[in-house]
Design a protein around this ligand. Structure first.
Ligand code: GLY
Length: 354
């Protein structure tokens, strides 16, 4: 396996050994990436750094006998309904026109079924709507007005998803974009926004029978073009579940994850025998190698954006890695629910390494 340009030998070897993103205890699976049915009692949940409450809830529900997808959706609903999370559901940052558009998908391992919604307005919990697309339609993906009508038909309550906090952020961005348009910042304007946030939640759940499910939900790239859809509602990009192999999810720049077929490749890597950490690292390396557009590269040729990938192998191995350092993920190993550091390819300091 080759070391990508810009990745220090130390970081590469650390990632290869699974350092950082691989849970040291409780969830450690058999070596060599062999897929095995978990020993009795293995319950696990993995999520992005904003998903600690999601993993707690999901494991609690699975222990009470809930299906893994019901548990994952219930966990993600907590964050979707939280106005303080600016990357998901209610309180998510809006598009360029100040309208919140949400994307989500779900995948249920035991039945190999999935559902998704994209550019959905006015509904706080797009993951619940995606679950209904899976169970109550003959389709996989509903978008925009059609997705909203479907949600309303199922009794979801339409609300204004734009919180005051998110509206002020949007206005700050709009007023600071260009000195030659007609939007003017207040005299005492705060520092300009230096980057546009992408935030998302993904949650992967494994029960003691070895059944897997996953959910990904987002408000997408802040201030996006209306109608822009990222990886989160795309099965195989923002989420993929293979009940025989494992589950994977993604957060970060959706365009890069779609181009790489991110979650699908992570799962396929595990199916072919890689450990969860190797599977994640391989896809991060592909993304780094395949980022050729100078707009998206820093002076040293590295991606100027971030992507994080999360993997839960059917044997209980867990891993998460990011292109850039500083990211965390939530993992519940059936005993402990905690945030842990993702491994990374590139260090934020500008120096390579990990
Ligand atoms: N990963 C979220 C998005 O790009 O929309």
């Amino acid at each position: 396996m080759s070391r990508p340009r810009g990745v220090s030998r130390r970081a590469f070897l650390a990632a290869a050994a699974g350092a950082g993103g691989l849970l040291p205890a409780g969830l450690a699976g058999a070596g060599g990436g062999e897929v095995k049915v978990p020993s009795r009692g293995v319950v696990a949940a993995v999520s992005s750094g904003n998903g600690l409450r999601a993993t707690a809830r999901a494991v609690e529900l699975v222990r009470q006998g809930a299906d893994t997808l019901d548990a994952a959706v219930a966990g993600v609903n907590i964050v979707e309904e939280d106005p303080e999370d600016a990357s998901v559901g209610y309180g998510g940052l809006p598009n360029e026109e100040g309208v919140v558009e949400l994307d989500a998908c779900v995948m249920h391992g035991p039945t190999w079924s999935c559902g998704a919604v994209a550019a959905l307005q006015k509904i706080k919990t797009p993951s619940s709507v995606a679950r209904l697309v899976m169970t109550r339609t003959d389709h996989v993906l509903l978008v925009g007005e059609g997705a909203l009508r479907f949600a309303l038909a199922h009794g979801f309550e339409p609300v204004n998803l734009l919180t005051e906090k998110a509206r002020k952020e949007w206005l700050r961005w709009k007023e600071s974009r260009s000195p030659i348009d007609d939007w003017i910042e207040p005299r005492e304007a705060e520092a300009k926004m230096r980057s546009r946030p992408t935030g998302t939640i993904t949650c992967l759940v494994l029960d003691a029978k070895g059944d897997l499910s996953g959910v990904t939900s987002t408000s997408g790239l802040a201030f996006k073009l209306p109608g822009r859809v990222g990886d989160s509602p795309i099965i195989g990009a923002g989420l993929y579940v293979d009940n025989d192999a494992g589950a994977a999810g993604a957060t970060g720049r959706g365009e890069a994850v779609i181009t790489a077929g991110g979650s699908r490749i992570v799962v396929e890597n595990m199916r072919r025998g890689m450990s969860a950490a190797e599977a994640v690292r391989d896809v991060l390396e592909r993304i780094a190698r395949q980022t050729l557009d100078p707009r998206l590269r820093d002076k040293e040729g590295r991606p100027s954006f971030d992507v994080s990938l999360y993997a839960l192998k059917r044997n209980g191995e867990v891993a998460s890695g990011s292109l850039w350092s500083g990211k965390r993920f939530a993992a519940h190993d059936g005993e402990t629910n905690a945030l842990r550091d993702c491994f990374h390819l590139f260090a934020r300091s500008g120096k390579e390494g990990g």
